[in-house]
Design a protein around this ligand. Sequence first.
Ligand code: DQA
Length: 151
Amino acid sequence: MLVLNGPNLNLLGTREPGVYGALTLAELEARCRAHGAALGLQVECFQSNHEGTLIEQIHAWGLAHRSGQALGVVFNPGAYTHTSIALHDAIKGVEPLPVIEVHLSNVHAREAFRHHSWIAPVAAGSIIGLGPDGYLLALEALARRAGLRSN
Ligand code: DQA
């Protein structure tokens, strides 16, 4: 499984800690890897500030899923959530790769421009506002979808 983080999430820990918390990206990724290991799954992590690089990751994981080598992607697209039809199309283009959209903050309780997501209509589901726990819950949901966990 892939944990994919988009723009500015490399700044976690120092970026608006009142909104995003004090955990760094490296700590968040370590938590995801440990949680994956507890589920018996290998978790890879990747972050990019570039839309095209994120698209290429989704394409690569779509191919890996098609050949039975990947279960799915946990994706926090950052601000691209609200702007990127290209990411929407990338996820749509690699169906049935399951992509779960995650946001640390409750975007619906914030500025109006954060209320719309181009990712939500093509995501398997969205987990919003639960902080780092959202990533862990998304990993569990992917494991369950793949039939690796039943309770
Ligand atoms: C975010 C919410 C987005 O609106 C914002 O642009 C981010 C982070 C979140 O995790 O809460 O960069 O995706």
